[in-house]
Design a protein around this ligand. Structure first.
Ligand code: PNS
Length: 164
């Protein structure tokens, strides 16, 4: 049976930390579906289509990774896709409470869906999309944090006073 895992998130925008988790999930599962959340409680910098498109570019060389969008409950998406697990990256202790809460809630809503945590590498421990947005907004160098193939797009889209 094909082992499918869902890798959900806001990805606003995708970082090297996200990329690493997706790559590792792709080596563990037959199929990885990266799903971009249209969470109405957040006010993302990139539209959901833009975020999905950036992830597609980053994952273009990974044949068992596909990208989709969703709104609503994650477990509904999991059930619809036939996935058996949700994979999330865990950076630091600060992530734990929130991630634990989501994992337990999802388990309650859909007992057969497992949440698997992959600990981030030490390089990505401190990395987040919001930090990338902050640095880019003020014209700082985001190349250590963002995959090279989307670097220019992210810079141009976020930096309000950078030269073309
Ligand atoms: O990258 P993020 O912001 O940590 O991703 C959070 C996400 C999208 C995984 C989470 O907000 C989510 O699953 N949203 C869908 C709504 C839902 O299912 N809520 C109940 C479980 S807590």
């Amino acid at each position: 049976m094909e082992r499918i895992v869902i890798c959900p998130g806001s990805f606003d925008p995708i970082t090297k930390g996200h990329e690493e988790i997706i790559r590792r999930a792709a080596s563990l599962f037959d199929r990885v579906i990266v799903v971009v959340s249209a969470n109405p409680e957040k006010n993302p910098r990139f539209s959901i289509e833009e975020r999905a498109e950036l992830i597609r570019r980053v994952c273009a060389q990974l044949p068992n990774v596909e990208v989709d969008q969703f709104s609503g409950l994650l477990v509904d998406y999991v059930a619809k896709s036939g996935a058996s697990a949700i994979v999330k990256g865990l950076r630091a202790v600060s992530d734990f409470d929130y991630e634990f809460q989501m994992a337990l809630t999802n388990k309650k809503l859909m007992p057969q869906a497992e949440t698997i945590f992959l600990t981030s590498s030490s390089d990505s421990m401190y990395l987040s999309s919001s930090i990338v947005r902050q640095i880019a907004q003020f014209g700082g160098d985001i190349s250590p944090f963002v995959p090279a193939c989307i670097l220019d797009t992210v810079k141009q889209r976020i930096c309000t006073h950078c030269e073309e």
